[in-house]
Design a protein. Structure first.
Length: 132
């Protein structure tokens, strides 16, 4: 059965027949699904030794996370101060400069990664500790 070309008395927009039939339109490139490494590396905990290992990794990397987070926050604060000072000057050049600051971007990305990883490990430890 062919898809209707129009719908009378409705606000539904006409769709291309290939979309209505469930086909992916030509030229569509799906975005890849990215799974972070720690999801596979730190699955559910099954014994006390695994829990102890997870806790050791958490404690070790939590210190790094705190350090990187502090640096990112300090840099963000500095950038905010610069942004306020630039309200009277040409913002465009300075905004682009600090948004593209490679060190800031690297540290911000590392901070986000560590936060997610540590949250994942902490959930696994908590889940293991709640078992009967």
């Amino acid at each position: 059965m062919d898809a209707p070309n129009s719908v009378t008395g409705s606000s539904v927009k006409m769709l291309h027949p290939e979309i209505l039939q469930g086909h992916i339109p030509a030229g569509h490139i799906p975005k890849p699904v990215v799974i972070v490494d720690y999801v596979a590396k730190y699955p559910s905990i099954h014994c006390d030794e695994e829990r102890d290992h997870y806790k050791a990794v958490f404690n070790d990397q939590y210190a790094e996370y705190k350090e990187v987070h502090t640096e990112v926050q300090a840099m963000a604060t500095k950038f905010e101060e610069m942004d306020k000072m630039m309200t009277y000057l040409s913002r465009t050049i300075f905004v682009i400069k600090y948004q593209k600051n490679k060190l800031y971007q690297i540290k911000k990305k590392r901070c986000t990664y560590l936060k997610s990883k540590l949250s994942h490990i902490k959930r696994k430890i908590s889940k293991y500790n709640r078992r009967p």
